[in-house]
Design a protein around this ligand. Structure first.
Ligand code: GLC
Length: 799
């Protein structure tokens, strides 16, 4: 007879003292007397990876997050042994490992400043329920330390004082501080004493981060299974931390087609075909630029993915072509749930090939989504992804759809506790079979990846465009994303602003919100203010649930329509600027949006700022987040800023009132900047670009700007057919010098620049281009501040 069924509870367990140490090239193993191994890998001089095992054996080393293109290699590596510790020294870092307990402390190699130090360090609890460990880590919070990142958390930019959970969750109408929501990006950047470092906890189980909430001076993170496996990434610049994290987890595999940076219109749902046409025609009629139109679930036959409703869309190929002729790219939604229907080919193929997820004891994972009861492909199996990618052939190659929208891929399941799969569901996990506890957070990512592979194949030689709701670290390699089902409220406008900045700081820049709000309906004022913010987000799309009325740019009367048009037009003018910012992101991992703290971490005023942000390198924007506002106070970071509307100059380092009636918004340009602009087009490619406008903002001193261009689609740019112009501006009291260095083999269609000079403190007397003096007539000097110049100049003097 069993008298006692209580499990033994051992509480927290800790590594004991080191008994052996071995070094194998860039990898060091420290083994403790109680069988714990700490493995430190020197990925780069500024990036160290820490892995712990409590069993003496490491699991197969596999990560969905880390890209095979991650940089590896260091300049310097040396290990010193002292009586009580080992010291690993690279050119950037010194990492101490205590012999007594495996605790580590990391110092700047140059200045010897303490950057990051274990408190309890690694510890664990054994999991009786599932086996393995609950793995934990705690660090000392340094004086004045702040924390940023973590993906889509709808909390303040600075995460200090809060605890967060990472578990990808369908969160309809979430609110400020709802946690968790759609994405899991277990990466944060910490900042103290002017220096920043990052921690990427690459563990896909349900995980948690505590930033001094539980204990004032301790930060910690832990996960319900798997390994304590994290990367320490040193800056000391925040942007370096983010760039290095993005290098590890990957940059977008290619640039988006330029049209994807245009304006997109969406609703649940536009149908039938006549309604879709009514919408697209209205855009053209009202001359509101738009590049993409979305079909939500109602385009399908009974919500069966890869089918079309015969009633609503009898001839999709014709419709998609007609839309394309009018400049609209058609984007369709595809969810993971496959309707259980023996007559449905996708279901049959999945079943015949054993592609659907199963429960631990064998039955299929059955769950209700839009189509009713469904089975779900196991996207963690490469064979399933290959099959899935091929399902797109007809949609993309035949019908001409240009983009795919992956939704409900948390995976969302209706009417069940937890709103997702139960824990016992089995996954292939690239041949490392596991339960849903481990695969949940990457399920949506792998779906988006499979979709991306399909688009990449069938859209070729054009570039793919995918958008996903769920994501884990690394998903940015394949797709864009939006912040899910938000609400039409002023608070949500501010949340959208923060989420976009936070995603950018988390390596995922191709992000936007449902402009106007998904649930409920905005009034015209809120919609206009949201568009003003949205045009600065890398992904710019209006979407709404459709339950509460219309949400198109013309829904709220002529005044609002005019404001919306004005700002969407501004986005289209700024396309070369946004594209250049995207290129920098894809090339170097530099976030497209920069919270002020990322822009200037040395200025402590920026550490808690959430509203203002830098878009690209030169534009400072600050949305109006309240009704009835005639303007607002905002903080200006270091530097000198031109009011975009008035050219008035503001000195940075102070908070000031800025006027901004409903038809305006605080936008500032960094002095010394050259901002490239295209003419307003109704869609990308409508016009041949005959001239590039360059807005030049005078500054005393030096500033550099760049303009990246290519064919706006296709892959030729990878073979060098791009055009990169580096401009360097030097302003003196009576002279302005602009030098241009051009690289790349792409020839832009235009021959001239139209220079528009702002803030020039002198009257132009002379213009010397490449050592030749020009008369005002030759350069069509217009007033005192605009003239036309050949695009190939290298040296321009304005006197
Ligand atoms: C989810 C999505 C939303 C979509 C709806 C119907 O709620 O987040 O964007 O419109 O499903 O497909």
């Amino acid at each position: 007879m069993i008298l006692n069924t209580e499990l033994e509870y051992k509480g927290n367990l800790f590594p004991s003292h080191i008994i052996s140490y071995e070094k194998n090239l860039d990898t060091l193993n420290f083994t403790t007397e109680n069988g714990v191994i700490l493995q430190i890998t020197v990925q780069r001089d500024s990036v160290l990876r820490f892995r712990f095992t409590t069993t003496g054996i490491f699991e197969n080393d596999f990560s969905y997050a880390i890209t095979k293109y991650a940089s590896r290699g260091y300049n310097h590596l040396e290990v010193e042994e002292e009586e009580d510790k080992y010291i690993i020294i690279t050119s950037k870092l010194k990492c101490q490992v205590n012999k007594a307990d495996l605790r580590t402390a990391i110092y700047d190699a140059q200045t010897n400043e303490l950057i990051c130090e274990d408190e309890l360090g690694f510890h664990w609890e054994e999991s009786y329920e599932f086996g393995g460990d609950i793995v934990k880590m705690s660090k000392v919070a340094q004086e004045g330390e702040s924390y940023y990142g973590l993906g889509d958390k709808p909390a303040d930019v600075n995460l200090k004082g809060k605890r967060f959970e990472n578990w990808v969750t369908d969160s309809y109408a979430y609110g400020k501080y709802t946690d968790p929501i759609y994405k899991t990006i277990p990466f944060y950047t910490a900042l103290h004493h002017k220096k920043a470092y990052g921690i990427f906890f690459d563990n896909t189980f349900r995980s948690y981060f505590d930033f001094c909430q539980e204990r004032r001076n301790i930060s910690s993170f832990w996960a319900q299974g798997g390994e304590m496996n994290y990367y320490f990434i040193y800056g000391p610049d925040m942007s370096e931390v983010v760039a290095n994290y993005t290098d590890l987890t990957g940059k977008p595999h290619q640039l988006p087609p330029l049209w994807a940076l245009g304006y997109h219109q969406c609703k649940w749902s536009y149908y039938p075909e006549a309604k879709v046409k009514e919408i697209t025609n209205k855009f053209r009629e009202l001359k509101i630029p738009c590049d993409a139109i979305y079909l939500d679930i109602d385009y399908m036959e009974g919500f069966r993915c890869f089918t079309w409703s015969k009633e609503y869309f009898p001839d999709p190929k014709r419709m998609v072509k007609e839309l394309a002729d009018d400049g609209f790219k058609t984007i369709v939604i595809i969810d993971p749930g496959i309707k259980i229907d023996k007559e449905y080919s996708v279901f049959k193929e999945g079943l015949d090939n054993d592609y659907f997820c199963k429960r631990a004891d064998g039955p299929y994972m059955k769950g209700k989504v839009w189509p009713g009861e469904c089975y779900f492909p196991d996207f963690t199996n490469p064979e399933v992804r290959e099959w899935w990618s091929n399902l797109f052939q007809e949609l993309i190659e035949e019908i001409g759809v240009k983009g795919v929208w992956n939704d409900m891929n948390e995976p969302a399941v209706m009417d069940v506790p937890g709103k997702s799969f139960p824990d016992d569901v089995r996954h292939d996990y690239e041949g490392n079979p596991c339960s849903h506890r481990k695969a949940h957070n990457i399920y949506g990512m792998q779906m988006a990846r499979a979709t991306y592979q399909g688009l990449k194949k069938f859209a070729y030689p054009k570039r793919p465009f995918v958008i996903t709701r769920a994501a884990y670290s690394g998903t940015q390699r394949y797709t864009s994303s939006w912040t899910g089902d938000n609400v039409a409220s002023w608070e949500h406008l501010s949340i959208a602003n923060i989420q976009a900045q936070r995603m950018c700081m988390s390596g995922f820049s191709f992000i936007g919100s449902d402009i106007g709000g998904f649930a409920e309906q905005p009034n015209g004022e809120l919609y206009a203010r949201w568009i003003q913010l949205g045009i600065f987000h890398p992904f710019c799309r209006t979407h709404s649930s459709g339950d509460h009325g219309d949400q198109e740019p013309w829904t709220f009367g002529k005044n609002i329509t005019d404001v919306v048009r004005k700002f969407i037009e501004l986005r289209y003018e700024l396309l070369p600027y946004l594209y250049t910012a995207f290129w920098r992101y894809a090339e170097e991992g530099i976030p497209i949006l920069k919270s002020l703290v990322l822009y200037d971490q040395l200025d402590t005023h920026t550490h808690y700022r959430s509203d203002e942000f830098i878009c690209g390198e030169k534009i400072l924007a600050c949305p109006i987040l309240e009704p009835n506002a005639k303007g607002r106070r905002m903080y200006f970071p270091t530097g000198e800023w031109y009011n975009y509307w008035t050219d008035e100059i503001v000195e940075g380092g102070q908070e000031l009132w800025v006027d901004a009636d409903l038809d305006s918004m605080p936008i500032f340009i960094k002095s010394g900047a050259l901002i490239p602009k295209y003419p307003v087009q109704q869609f990308v490619g409508e016009k041949e670009i005959e001239e590039l406008k360059l807005d030049v903002y005078f500054k005393i001193g030096k500033e550099t700007s760049e303009v990246y261009e290519d064919a706006h689609d296709g892959y030729d740019y990878i073979k060098g057919r791009y055009s990169l112009r580096n401009f360097s501006l030097t302003g003196k009291t009576t002279e302005l010098v602009i030098q241009q260095h051009k690289s790349g083999k792409y020839t832009t269609p235009y021959d001239t620049f139209k220079l528009q000079l702002h803030g020039l403190p002198f009257k132009i007397k002379k213009v010397i281009i490449d050592k030749v003096e020009y008369s005002f007539k030759d350069i069509q000097l217009n007033g005192n501040n605009s003239f036309i110049i050949n695009k190939d100049f290298t040296d321009l003097h304005i006197l």
